[in-house]
Ligand binder design. Structure first.
Ligand code: P6P
Length: 336
């Protein structure tokens, strides 16, 4: 079947055939996620037309103002995912504790962690936002409800991860450990069609992405690294371009296609950076490493090797093209 009619469901089934022992549960889980993505995309893309923009007046577990679309996306993910019978437990960036699966459906072997609508502070300005997901196999005993420990596994244990970017079009990008593949939603008939087969992040970057408004909090090594990226040199090296959308999914998706490094560092104001290990950094690190890039915390660790200690743990992250992350590592390893 040609790519133009390779739907995400068919691609997932093709991927499953590479694993003779596969039971089809992961395929069903990923297909359920694609359905949730379609429903959220529909709501995000008409947000300006119905009373779903703006704030709810509440704060989430992160202490951030909650947007109506945050709640809608969070609830949609739960309703779409909690009765398929493939999950033992879920956890969301929007929920303080783990999300239990209804008793008659909670004996699945997988764990789903998700950020239902990352970057949602931008939604009222029509800036791209995204859903991020991360899937593990349970480590608690089969036949029992899932536990917090199921959710606190190192990122290297992920069996699948991905994101949905609600932008000029809606694209769903996922890996099940055998490359990174992107599917664009055709709204005419509501199918995700293969549009980016085997995405590889360019080894040489041209773009750096971080919030330069935090410059005064940065440590010396990062300041020197960014200055290095902004300089040309007599060996013909050209300055990098700065691009920062303020929506992690959009920034990383662009860097995956064009080459680049995204940074949310530890600094004097945020000693662990801002982004969450479970819901943002681990899934993105799995995707970028699968695409040939690197993801580190700036403290000598691969993101995927970190053992999570809590559900909402924040970590610094330097993620993207190998050459740029290697160079960043050199500069920040010498910083005070
Ligand atoms: P700042 C969005 O709120 C988010 O979680 C990521 O999507 C984004 O990369 C980051 O925070 C932006 O944070 O501090 O630069 O506004």
């Amino acid at each position: 079947m040609s790519n133009s009619f390779m739907t995400i469901q068919r691609h997932i089934m093709e991927e499953e055939k590479k694993h003779p022992k596969a039971t089809g549960e992961l395929s069903a889980l990923l297909s359920d996620l694609a359905l949730a993505a379609k429903v959220i995309s529909l709501e995000v893309n008409k947000a300006g037309l119905v009373d779903i923009l703006g704030y709810t007046g509440e704060e989430n577990v992160q202490g951030e103002d909650v947007k109506k679309l945050d709640i809608f996306s969070h609830d949609m993910m739960i309703h779409a995912m909690n009765h398929g019978g493939h999950l033992a437990v879920m956890a969301s960036e929007e929920e303080a504790e783990i999300i239990r699966i209804p008793d008659r459906h909670n004996l699945g072997k997988y764990v789903l962690l998700f950020d239902p609508l990352d970057g949602s502070s931008n939604i009222d300005a029509n800036v791209s936002v995204g859903t991020i997901f991360s899937i593990y196999k349970r480590i608690s005993a089969d036949g029992t409800p899932g536990t917090v420990e199921d959710c606190l596994q190192p990122g290297d244990k992920q069996v699948a991860a991905g994101y949905v970017l609600y932008g000029s079009s809606t694209i769903m990008v996922y890996t099940a450990g055998d490359g990174v593949h992107g599917f664009t939603l055709d709204p005419a008939f509501g199918e995700f069609l293969l549009s980016h087969n085997n995405i590889r992040i360019p080894e040489k970057a041209k773009i750096y992405s971080l919030n330069e408004g935090n410059y005064k909090y940065w440590r010396s090594g990062l300041k020197e690294y960014i200055k290095y990226l902004q300089d040309a040199d007599d060996r013909g090296r050209e300055p990098y371009t700065s691009r920062y959308i303020g929506s992690m999914v959009a920034d990383i998706h662009r860097n995956m296609l064009y080459g680049g490094i995204f940074i949310y560092p530890a600094d004097r104001r945020s000693p662990n950076g801002k982004l969450r290990l479970l819901y943002e950094c681990n899934p993105m690190a799995f995707l970028v490493e699968q695409g040939g890039g690197r993801a580190i915390d700036g403290r000598g660790n691969r993101i995927l090797a970190l053992k999570p200690e809590s559900l909402h743990q924040r970590v610094p992250i330097y993620i993207g093209s190998k050459e740029a992350v290697d160079m960043a590592e050199k500069f920040i390893s010498n910083e005070e």
